[in-house]
Design a protein around this ligand. Sequence first.
Ligand SMILES: [Zn+2]
Length: 401
Amino acid sequence: MSGSQSSLRGANRALVVETVKRYGGLTQVELTAATGLSPATVSSIVKELLAAGAVDTRSTIRSGRRAQLVTIARRTGLAAGVDVGRRHLRVALADVTREIVAEQSLPLPAEHRADTTLDRAALLVVDLLERLGASLDDLLGLGVGLPAPVEPGTGLVTVRGVLRGWDEVPVVHVLAKRLAKPVLVDNEANLGALAESRFGAARGYQDVVYVSVGAGTGAGIVLSGHLHRGFGGTAGEIGHVQVDPQGRICRCGSRGCLDTVVGYPALVEPLTETHGALTIRDVVQRAVEGDPGCRQVVADAGAVIGGVVAGMAMVVNPQCIVVGGELAQTGDVLVQPMREAIARRVPLNQVATLDVVPGELGVRASVLGALAMALEATDQAAVGGAPDIADHSDTPAGGGS
Ligand SMILES: [Zn+2]
């Protein structure tokens, strides 16, 4: 079979699975109508999916006649999402219907170490499984988000020094060894972008920029519905765009990066004289409560970040910019100055306006994206595992419809 026939076959198979999911259960006649595929194609795809264990069939009656009802195979199984932040660890479990069944977060010390944090993450996954009366046998796979650019295959941080103590730690191998399950790793802003575009504020949009503003700032880019990681996995690393040529030296070695101006220490420092020692959570809470000093600090950060995001918006031309991360919990205190900075710099498009909106998934965006990544990988394993046996146009229909 040629490559294009093979990819058409794969697309048709995905279409059948998506359609069955959308309706819960359909007969093959109904599947033919709902997908627009020929009865012969539907029949052979259902056979393949049945052989691969991706769907089940059972007898039913439709319009007084016997028919085979096709449903998604009830794979009992769970996926885990792990979000490692600079100061937090968040773990969630979901079943294959994407329902969250357990979730917990813990604070982490500043400059936490890779070995102890990954240990805690693995223990927390096992602990949450046990609380559900499940075990590691029920875990299908694991998605992990890190606050740094990573190489997805190994989970290695691709820019030295950005996440202190994590250089040369192959997160995929460390966790796969501990839990003996498939592990996927990505940058937290990429996962936030994935989550907001799948089931958050950017649902239904094809071209999206997601900006995560917390202890550091990063962005995730979705182009034509797919995450754009870039050649080296550093697409969207806007925390290291220079905004102050005379500024402080950054963790990455450059001077005056965005993170040195709006990152955690820079954000709380101007408040120490008036407010004492604050955490980023204190700043967010007080800004929400109306404290003028904390609102000023967050708004100034929004204006600076907006200037950088405007440059990105001109290059990428997204339909929508979603703002997430811890600081986005202040809503328009952060987002309105960003919106204004972007509007000042990006020429107004008469045809397609650019929305700048707060995320809908809050600080959970990254862990939900990690879960989506893990579940989509297990879906593909189930769907892609079906044998690619025949061309769709000349397969005999056989029985079973
Ligand atoms: Zn930097």
